[in-house]
Design a protein around this ligand. Sequence first.
Ligand SMILES: Cc1cc2nc3c(=O)[nH]c(=O)nc-3n(C[C@H](O)[C@H](O)[C@H](O)COP(=O)(O)OP(=O)(O)OC[C@H]3O[C@@H](n4cnc5c(N)ncnc54)[C@H](O)[C@@H]3O)c2cc1C
Length: 395
Amino acid sequence: MTGTDRRVLIVGGGPVGLMTALLLADSKIPCTLFEAEAELPTDLRASTFHPPTLDLLDRLGLAAALIRRGRICPTWQIRLHETHERAEFDLAVLRGDTAHPYRLQCEQANLSRLLLDEVRRMPTVELRFGARVQDATQDADGVELQLEDGNRVRGALLIGADGARSTIRRAAGQEFDGTTYPETTILATTDFPFEQHLPSLSNVNYVWTRHGTFSLLRLPDRWRCSLYPDVNQPVEEALRPENIEARLQEIVARPVPYTVLESRAYRVHMRIVRDYRVGRIVLVGDAAHINSPSGGMGMNGGLHDAFNLVATLGEIWRGAPLDLLDRYARQRRPVAEAEILSQADRNRSRMQERDPARRRALLAELQQIAADPARCHAYLLRSSMIDGLRRAALL
Ligand SMILES: Cc1cc2nc3c(=O)[nH]c(=O)nc-3n(C[C@H](O)[C@H](O)[C@H](O)COP(=O)(O)OP(=O)(O)OC[C@H]3O[C@@H](n4cnc5c(N)ncnc54)[C@H](O)[C@@H]3O)c2cc1C
């Protein structure tokens, strides 16, 4: 292939698409990125960065800037609201495994902005914002995108990083098998200092209450509260300020109303495609797999996909056969299934547990793990996504 035909086409300018563009630029592989929105999407989404993701960002010189914008969280806990009993996990046991033995709480839009700034400096990356892709086709020589504005663009390879409702996934003929969980989650942020009212709170807390469950994650200047309305309550009702207020009052009762800075509702799914690669089309991030945000792994997993895929593409650009792309699929799909979707599903089920006796048994088991250095180390290697990356490298 010659001229513009040799470019890699990326659809989607979320964190995974932008990361893929930056890594391709680093490998001197020319690419064009198409993002449907005119501006970077900045809606309230991921906030947890796991240690190996920070290690990977460090390779690009981006970890320090992200860490400055976020809050370092050396511990996380699962607790019973009424009694304050808890199991607390200290990531310091991962010191020998990572240069970042903590979780970072930082809005994902911060990473997208950092990535966009970098990508804009790269002469081999062409960025097209406000460019919605409608369809894609492929033949023996390349791929072709059909844009909403009527234009067509050809390239050598197509990377679908266009999120959960991926057009590229559909164009590749892939189903998105799995389930949608029954509950809706309300995410609300507030500047109320929960840490001054709930004893021994970590910066990351998953909490069982008499009424159900909630989680509290601490950003530099606010808390993110995930609230679970009753399954039967319609979303519009759950999102009403008075209903969010009622949920927050159940966490810490106070005489004056909470200041809610932002709120949104979201549904939780567990889905994965069968094939990450179909000919010259490859899927990454949410376009390939989505999971419960419990444990904060979706975006992290998507970023890990990008690093793996671009390492493979580098070899192909240097002359390896196109079928080497199967290695990306072989290494990343089983890890997404076993380490991301299943773990997120277990995290969600644990917090959905309502039976007090069963909760006590779960808490006791977690406390035992946290107190035993060897078990705690093994547990955190897995929940911090280090095991997943190591496993992928062996496949
Ligand atoms: C409330 C919430 C909390 C979360 N918390 C965490 C967490 O703590 N940690 C974690 O790791 N993950 C978390 N996640 C998941 C995380 O947000 C996603 O995994 C992540 O955004 C996926 O990134 P992506 O780039 O693959 O897709 P997206 O971020 O969805 O980006 C896709 C991009 O493609 C663009 N696009 C779509 N269709 C087209 C088209 N046809 N043409 C051109 N462009 C198109 C979209 O505009 C968008 O910009 C959370 C998710 C939610 C909803």
